[in-house]
Design a binder for this molecule. Sequence first.
Ligand SMILES: *[C@@H]1O[C@H](CO)[C@@H](O)[C@H](O)[C@H]1NC(C)=O
Ligand SMILES: *[C@@H]1O[C@H](CO)[C@@H](O)[C@H](O)[C@H]1NC(C)=O
Ligand SMILES: *[C@@H]1O[C@H](CO)[C@@H](O)[C@H](O)[C@H]1NC(C)=O
Length: 201
Amino acid sequence: MSTFKLGLYLLLFVFTHHLLPSQVAAACREKKQKDLLHDINTYRKVLNLPIFKKSDKPSCLANKIANDLEDKHCEDYFHYYPLPGSNPKIPNFQKSVEKCKISINTTKDGVIMPVCVPKLDPDNLFSNYTKSNRYIKYLKNSKYVIAGVGSDSDNEWMVLIISTNTTSGDFSSATSLLGEAMKGHWVLMTTFLSVLVLLFS
Ligand SMILES: *[C@@H]1O[C@H](CO)[C@@H](O)[C@H](O)[C@H]1NC(C)=O
Ligand SMILES: *[C@@H]1O[C@H](CO)[C@@H](O)[C@H](O)[C@H]1NC(C)=O
Ligand SMILES: *[C@@H]1O[C@H](CO)[C@@H](O)[C@H](O)[C@H]1NC(C)=O
């Protein structure tokens, strides 16, 4: 065994033995999400459309929605018909938007596309998006250029969100919201420090 290989082996050993099962599961979920986006972007390239750029906030929202769908039955997936803009059928939509610190006004162009595929099998997943009339008109539209992707921990629900990169669709946070969040942190921090001082004085 060459020194290089040995080094690699040791590195891998250390790495695998220090990872928690939950971290491994999370890495697996992320890989499935990445692979789906990669497949869909390959499809977009073939059609000469701009690829979807993965964005953090819609991905946060997609993960929250997928987790909320986790205990729904696969057959219920027909309830969550994609509609650009606010989506009253999606459980806890408003709440999840707030949790991800997204200004609701910047989600108007977003199209939320959940699918339920056992074990998130890559081929079934891809064909669920590209071979059904449900989503294809959105995936073939050049105005959508950003994407978020998320899935549940049972590996059944995948949520793809696509949107425009304009102020009505970029899933950004309002500056005022950010300001409020910062203020909240300061209050919490000061309280925490005060308690510490009280405990140890
Ligand atoms: C969002 O849109 C509503 C109604 O159009 C408006 O009243 C509100 O000020 C907007 N909020 C932000 C943060 O831009
Ligand atoms: C979507 O996935 C389900 C579950 O794997 C599969 O039975 C169905 O045929 C797929 N639909 C399409 C259009 O690919
Ligand atoms: C939005 O996306 C289009 C197409 O990819 C790009 O040309 C444009 O520069 C982007 N605008 C912003 C504000 O990112």
